[in-house]
Structure formats: C-alpha cells, structure tokens
Design a protein around this ligand. Structure first.
Ligand code: 4AZ
Length: 240
C-alpha cells in the first residue's frame, strides 16, 4: 500500500514516541569516571553507586543486604568489589577495588520506609575525582545504571543513562504511599517511559553535575504516574 508523505510523517512521529530500550527509555552513557558498579563474589553486578571520596562509595542501604525469596543476610565487605569508572562490564576500564567496610544507615528497615543509604569504604583510594553532593528541588536530572531496560528485560552490560524530571514533593506525596520529603526525592514523567529499574539501585541521580540522590525504589519501572524514588542525599550529609 502506498501512503502519502503526511501520513508517513505522522506514523514516524507516533512510532518514535514509543519508549526505546534503555536503563528504561534512555541511551548508552559515555564513560563516567565516578560511577560505580558493585559486584559480588561471583562477579555479578547487582547495584550501582557513586564515588564521593577517593576511598568512599555511596549506594543504597538495600544494596548491602542480599535477599532471596526466603533468606536475608548482610553482604560482607570481603565479598564486594567496587568497579569504579568501568562503563562496559566486559571491558577492563577503570578500577576494580576491594571493599574494606560497609556502613548502612542504622534506621534502615525497608526501602518504602526510607533511610535507604549506605557507604562502602574502599581498601585503597582510587585516582579519580569524586562527585560532589548537593541538594535539589524540581530540576532536570540524569540517572545512570546497568539495570533492566524494561520490567521484563535483561540488565545491561554497558552503562546507560536517562533524563528524568525531579518532581515537586507534593506531586511525589500524591503518587508514592509513605513518601517522606526530607529523605526522598522522586523523578519521572507523568506518562512514564523513562526511569531507573531493578539493578539500577544505589546508582546516581545527577543535577548540574552534582549527586543529589541514589536509586531506591518504585512501583515497577517507567509506568505512568509511578515516579522512581531516590534517597535525598543532602539529608544524610552528616552521616555519609
Ligand atoms: C529495584 O527493584 C527498583 N523504577 C529500583 C528502582 C525502581 C524500581 C525498582 C524505579 O531495585
């Protein structure tokens, strides 16, 4: 069937509006020196993080606990490796560093209750400039990670990024049960399509080059009216 140019143009527009694969809806990221992948003893990357000091990584508290359907146990420092600046998990860029200590917020119980923040002290400092931590209001933000590219899709072997708008606290409170503005920020489009997803947890949310949050939780990924929830790091500056 022949279609007219205007009809073709409309078709292209409609089809390109469908979210592409990504973190969810994003694209491959360039190498970012201070972005961290956390690997377990088997070499499996299970969370992200960010270098906030030459020997310290901030991540999510829930990344320091290994959960299966029936068990739950603390991840020990000696079973963790921080891959600093290794955008391609199958390559050798950046630095693979052992972890010497794990600190988890003492009031953390589960993600929905907040305080989802932890730090890892590295066995040795890395020659990388850390990222600065800042507070944020509504702004355009970027989130990075190796997580699933859709709720039912596989995680990525290459670092991905996506831009999401940080929403006003009143909007977050209306959409996220138990939302706590002091310790959380939420981000995402009302129509969904772009988000962090499972495996991105602990990874950085960046505004104007500064770290403002870490990926914490959400209901599904990139769903309409279900913003991603991030730990508001400015609340925890005295602890991290
Ligand atoms: C998770 O399971 C997860 N859409 C992290 C972030 C989001 C959802 C789930 C945000 O680790």
């Amino acid at each position: 069937m022949r279609i007219s140019a205007p009809v073709f143009a409309v078709l292209v527009l409609v089809l390109s509006a469908v979210p592409a694969d990504a973190i969810v809806g994003g694209r491959e990221a360039p190498a970012v020196p201070w972005v961290v992948a956390l690997a377990d003893r088997a070499g499996t990357v299970f969370c992200g993080g960010a270098l906030i000091d030459r020997d310290r990584v901030v991540t999510a508290a829930h990344c320091t606990i290994e959960r299966t359907a029936v068990t739950k146990r603390d991840r020990r420092p000696e079973e963790l490796t921080a891959l600093v600046g290794r955008a391609d998990l199958d390559g050798g860029d950046g630095h693979a560093v052992a972890v010497r200590a794990v600190w988890r917020h003492p009031d953390f119980t589960d993600v929905a209750a907040g305080h989802d923040v932890a730090t890892l002290t590295l066995a040795e400092p890395v020659p990388v400039r850390p990222v600065r931590v800042a507070d944020t209001g509504p702004a355009r933000a970027t989130v990075y990670g190796w997580g699933r590219t859709g709720e039912l899709k596989a995680p990525s072997r290459r670092l991905r990024q996506v831009e999401v708008p940080i929403r006003a606290d009143a909007e977050c409170a209306a959409e996220v049960p138990g939302y706590r503005p002091e310790g959380m920020v939420c981000a995402g489009y009302p129509e969904g399509g772009k988000d962090a997803c499972e495996g991105d947890s602990g990874g950085p949310l960046i505004v104007d080059g500064a770290l403002v949050g870490v990926v914490s939780f959400g209901r599904g990924c990139a769903r309409p009216d279900q913003p991603g929830v991030y730990t508001r790091l400015s609340r925890y500056l005295d602890l991290i």
